[in-house]
Ligand binder design. Structure first.
Ligand code: NAD
Length: 375
């Protein structure tokens, strides 16, 4: 399968993008705060370089609202309240809002008990999971987030050639009082599905081995995921016959499996799919989070010094190829954010056009703002 995609990008001002996207979700009856939260988190994801979970998702979120997969203006309900343990049911409300409630609940419990375990079920798309580790790190907590994507069968297990898993992200946050937290944030598939979507729209090309087609051949062609689509269509993974590969061979595939156990089965969200079910499961993110209060284990200054000293030790490793620097988790996101705050978000023109088409359909006013936002 060879691909024929033109790769170009424009630069879009972050604040302008947030305002326009806020207006789109307000037009879909999200309250002002929810609309702004969704817009800020999507644009925030682009800022740190995760375009897969950024503004390119806007047409798909609107489509999901229309399909009844996600509902506006819902507050998650606390369904388990047992000291250090809790669980929230988002009832298919927006993940950007549900995620904040769930993390804040985990922070409160961990501040009281030193550690907490909080589940979140039936959540709309939680976006970039690193956001939640960052929120906990801002409260000086270490956190682990195990996430599954019910109803989203996209990933082939190690040795398999068809879709049995979700892209199930994992995030771990290490706090620093200076706010330069260390955040590992990764899909347990070779790439997040959004990266395939962005590549399909002319963004960054996929790495070798990211996809497998229905004949079992590795490919980088997004057609394996979406089939052939028109420029104005929202890429729909149901239309492709291939899959994304699990990361890290058999070991990564095992971690991908465990995300379903923790984020899916344990939270009550449900795993991504099952044999012999007639109906596909409804989309939702499930997230199991563990929070640890550093001070309850060791002195924070000691912890911070050890963390910094090890980070510097690792970064000082002699690069194995080119003149690339050795990075630790989160370094790339920090430098990308610095650059994008200055020069704007790089966006494939087709992505920007698709967001404008969505705004136009919803009668959002002053569409010339789309042109004005381009730097
Ligand atoms: P990625 O591969 O770009 O980065 C993964 C991790 O590797 C990051 O912590 C990053 O800091 C680190 N990293 C990147 N380059 C590095 C280098 N050269 N050296 C050392 N470390 C490096 O991320 P991804 O796996 O494509 O995930 C993208 C986003 O998708 C994440 O924010 C994730 O949370 C999100 N996601 C969300 C869902 C959902 O259902 N909500 C599903 C899947 C993925």
């Amino acid at each position: 399968m060879t691909e024929n995609i033109k790769r170009v990008e424009i630069r879009v001002d972050v604040q302008h993008a947030i305002e326009l996207i806020t207006d789109i979700f307000k037009a879909k009856s999200c309250n002002d705060n929810e609309a702004k939260t969704i817009a800020e988190r999507l644009a925030g994801s682009n800022l740190v370089g995760h375009d897969s979970h950024g503004i390119a998702r806007v047409p798909r979120y609107v489509e999901w609202m229309e399909k009844g997969w996600v509902f506006p203006n819902l507050k998650p309900e606390i369904v388990i309240d047992a000291g250090a343990m809790g669980c929230l049911d988002a009832k298919q409300g927006f993940g950007q809002v549900a995620g904040e409630y769930a993390v804040d609940d985990g922070i409160l419990r961990a501040k009281k008990h030193g550690v907490s375990v909080v589940g979140l079920r039936n959540s709309g798309h939680l976006g970039r999971i690193g956001d939640w580790a960052e929120r906990a790190a801002d409260a000086d907590l270490i956190s682990f987030h195990f996430v599954n994507v019910r109803g989203s069968l996209l990933v082939a297990p190690f040795g398999g050639s068809d879709r049995r898993g979700s892209t199930s992200p994992l995030a771990i946050g290490i706090p620093s009082k200076d706010k330069d937290h260390i955040i590992l944030d990764m899909a347990t598939s070779t790439v997040a599905e959004g990266k395939v979507m962005v590549a399909q729209k002319g963004g960054k090309q996929l790495p070798h081995g990211a996809l497998i087609d229905s004949t079992g051949k590795l490919t980088t062609n997004p057609e394996a995921m979406y089939g052939k689509i028109r420029d104005d269509e929202v890429p729909n993974p149901d239309m492709g016959t291939g899959a994304i590969t699990a990361f890290g061979l058999h070991k990564g595939s095992g971690i991908n499996f465990m995300m379903e156990m923790l984020g899916g089965a344990l939270t009550g969200n449900g795993v991504c799919g099952a044999l012999n079910e007639k109906e596909r499961r409804k989309f939702s993110n499930g997230m199991l989070s563990i929070y640890i209060e550093v001070e309850k284990m060791v002195d924070f200054d000691y912890f911070r010094k050890e963390v910094k000293s090890y980070a510097d030790f690792v970064r000082a490793s002699k690069p194995s190829h080119n003149n690339d620097k050795v990075l630790i988790p989160g370094d790339k996101e920090f430098s990308t954010k610095e650059e994008r705050l200055k020069f704007g978000l790089p966006v494939p023109p087709l992505v920007w056009e698709n967001i404008k088409q969505t705004a136009n359909k919803l009668n959002v006013e002053n569409l010339e703002r789309f042109e004005n936002a381009i730097k």
